[in-house]
Design a protein around this ligand. Structure first.
Ligand code: SAM
Length: 239
């Protein structure tokens, strides 16, 4: 997958050399380039912002550097992803659909955001997705892009050692994952549930399924309500 990130703070992305994202880059699974938006300014001060039409506080990112940047990095297969508090809330399903695309361009806003015409103009040439990380406001899109990149990269084939992790984890099938434990079996008076030490794979699977349902129902009733009834069997309903 090719990814281009455009930001006025390219240094924010140095963590993307680390851990599994760094490995994915090293293995050629992820071809990531980070660009400084100011490269596409034409004045001596390398200005990227100006006062908002209609008045109000703060500054707005000017369209010209953004248009030049997008023209420079676009490909016929590109999808533009714009992190924004006015976007659609980002979910695991969005991560799955982005992971299937060949080329993503991320546009990191700052100040009061990017002139709307940049997004409207880009949408005439490529698919555009405005995505929100949640109902709060960040300083800029950089951290949001790192989050989205993590969620997407771990879905790319060959990135995770054991691909089963992807099917059994929270949000993969609409439920939260059951609690997990490791050694020692007893710690500070707390024991690992007996079933997990039993070696009985059928019982373990059943226990995990029940814990997953109970956790989802108690912590995320919204997810539980949305879980398709036809995916619940008799034993699920009893739990
Ligand atoms: N004036 C904007 C508003 O009220 O909707 C907020 C602009 S915010 C200070 C600057 C940039 O941070 C945005 O353009 C966006 O790139 C990023 N950002 C802030 N909150 C975000 C969120 N919840 N999800 C994704 N990106 C966000």
């Amino acid at each position: 997958m090719r990814v281009d990130v455009i930001s006025i703070f390219p240094d924010y992305f140095s963590p993307l050399d680390l851990s599994l994202i760094g490995k994915a880059r090293g293995a050629g699974i992820l071809d990531l380039s980070v660009h400084d938006l100011r490269t596409w300014t034409s004045d001596v001060h390398r200005t990227v912002d100006d006062t908002p039409y209609g008045g109000g506080p703060g500054m707005v990112m000017r369209p010209e550097p953004w248009a030049a940047a997008l023209d420079a990095v676009a490909s016929p297969a590109a999808t533009l992803v714009v992190p924004s508090p006015v976007g659609k809330p980002f979910t695991q399903a969005d991560a799955v659909s982005l992971a299937a695309l060949p080329h993503l361009i991320f546009a990191c806003g700052r100040y009061e955001g990017i002139d709307q015409r940049v997004i409207d103009d880009a949408a005439t040439r490529m698919p555009v997705r405005e995505v929100s990380l949640g109902d709060y406001v960040l300083f800029g899109g950089e951290v949001a892009v790192i989050v989205i990149m993590e969620a997407v990269t771990r879905l790319l084939p060959g990135v995770l050692g054991n691909a089963d992790s992807l099917t059994e984890e929270s949000h993969a099938a609409g439920l939260l994952e059951a609690p997990v434990y490791t050694k020692p079996a007893s710690w500070r008076g707390l024991d690992v549930p007996e079933v997990l030490r039993s070696g009985d794979h059928g019982r373990i699977a059943r226990w995990r399924r029940e814990q997953s349902l109970l956790r989802t129902a108690s912590r995320r009733p919204d997810l539980f309500e949305a879980y398709p009834a036809e995916r619940l069997d008799k034993r699920d309903r009893a739990a």
